[in-house]
Design a protein around this ligand. Structure first.
Ligand code: AMP
Ligand code: GLY
Length: 421
């Protein structure tokens, strides 16, 4: 088989790495990929949203399965396009991707089908939204409706911050038309966890849970990022909770989509807050999480390609998914200045000095003409290790990480620390 993976992050490198383990797979293409995927697959230099050219490339290369990493091509309709070409593709259609690409759509769906989520109100008028904020106490959460590269949510501790966020979104239009509407919702407290599920629109099978670290500095200080690390499994989220979330959130969401005549296939990602009233949905994503995937896939024992094909062909019911009991920790190494502005083009040293069982998933990297990897983005690598215990996985990951270096690199020292202290 020939498989094509769309995207260029560490999540996509992890997908490519796992797909390469399948005995069915002869060739993997990454669009556009990075230095890490270049070592194990063929990179095709196309933008992930350049759907027609990706379609042409898939036909030319006789690709048997396409797997979509990021949300932008899903929201642009890449799945609908490939379905028309009759090329099997893993991911939801443009309509179904609304569960991620429109916070208003997701909130209405959860409200209609009584899926546990924070109380919230939808506004399409700036003045009405402002009036609402004036009358309500903080903390309060303001969310731009559309995709905003992970920056559309403000958890405001003070009224001024909420008003500023609202004005940025709806008046200044900092996210463009993604800010035509907003959701304003109650601020929840609790531990956060990500639970993803494979679904063919009928059968729903959860993956193992994982935690994501969004802030740039230790102890959750500093600005939000695309994710600075992850680990699986969280000790505070046991199999009973996985079952509960599957029954009260994931299955009802997939059923709700079917009921709305918008069948959902692919991975459904629930970002959850474990509140005193039980787990509630902060967000749905229509894809694999990054950096969660880098800590989840190393624990998967079943052939990933078998699962992806079963989803595409509506045969997920036939599949038994097995996981290792190992713990897995992934730590992101980022460029100096990230998540603000940063420079690129620095050589990455030490990748050849790692233990055999340490994994390095590349994100913002590029292969130089000398065959070495150079930095090419904000988040550069996710270094991942597994162990019999979280302490072992954590020790291994940090031990290996200190052997890697590039100009100005920084990373969090506390990924999974709460599980071992
Ligand atoms: P989202 O993109 O909706 O997941 O929001 C990004 C982050 O904002 C989440 O991971 C939470 O840390 C936080 N967040 C979102 N909604 C809420 C909420 N209603 N209450 C508290 N925190 C929230
Ligand atoms: N880990 C958050 C996301 O993938 O959106």
């Amino acid at each position: 088989m020939k498989v094509m993976v769309i995207g260029s992050g560490a999540r996509e490198h992890a997908l490519v790495w796992k797909i390469c383990h399948s005995l069915k797979v002869m060739e993997v293409y990454t669009v556009p990929g990075n230095a890490g995927t270049a070592f194990i697959a063929h990179n095709l230099n196309l933008r992930p949203t350049d759907i027609e050219n990706i379609g042409r490339a898939a036909i030319e290369k006789q690709v048997d399965l396409v797997v979509v990493g990021p949300e932008a091509p899903l929201a642009s309709g890449i799945v609908d396009y490939f379905q028309k070409l009759d090329i099997p593709i893993f991911g939801p259609t443009k309509m179904a991707t609304q569960i991620e690409s429109s916070k208003v759509f997701a909130k209405k769906l959860m409200q209609k089908y009584k899926i546990p989520c924070p109380d919230g109100i939808i506004f399409d008028s700036y003045l009405e939204a402002r009036q609402y904020l004036e009358l309500h106490d903080s903390p309060i959460v303001v969310k731009a409706d559309g995709l905003a590269a992970g920056k559309g949510v403000t958890v405001a501790n003070f009224k001024e911050d909420a008003l500023k966020a609202l004005s940025d979104i709806m008046e200044a239009k900092v996210f463009g038309s993604a800010g035509d509407k907003v959701v304003i919702e109650e601020c929840l407290e609790g531990m956060e966890v990500s639970l993803l599920a494979f679904t063919d629109g009928d059968t729903v099978i959860p993956l193992v849970p994982a935690c994501d670290y969004k802030r740039v500095f230790d102890s959750d200080r500093g600005p939000n990022t695309g994710g600075m690390g992850s680990y699986s499994p969280p000790g505070f989220f046991d199999t009973t909770l996985t079952q509960k979330v599957t029954e009260t959130i994931l299955i009802p969401a997939v059923k709700a989509m079917a009921e709305e005549s918008i069948p959902y296939k692919g991975v459904l990602y629930a970002g959850l807050m474990l509140t005193s009233e039980g787990p509630k949905v902060l967000e749905f994503n229509a894809r694999f999480g990054d950096p969660e995937t880098q800590a989840i896939l190393p624990r998967l024992k079943t052939d990933l390609v078998d699962i992806l094909l079963a989803v595409v062909s509506n045969e997920l019911e036939e599949i038994n998914i097995e996981w290792s009991d190992d713990a897995c920790v992934g730590v992101v190494m980022a460029s100096a200045g990230y998540p603000g502005s940063y420079s690129t083009g620095y050589p990455i040293e030490g990748l050849d000095k790692l233990d055999k069982d340490a994994l390095v998933f590349h994100a913002g990297t590029k292969l130089g003409e000398d065959g070495r990897a150079y930095t090419d983005g904000g988040r550069v690598l996710t270094v991942t290790a597994t162990g019999k215990t979280m302490a072992e996985a954590r020790a291994k990951v940090y031990n290996n990480l200190t052997r890697i270096h590039f100009e100005g690199c920084h990373y969090r020292r506390d990924i999974a620390a709460r599980e071992v202290n």
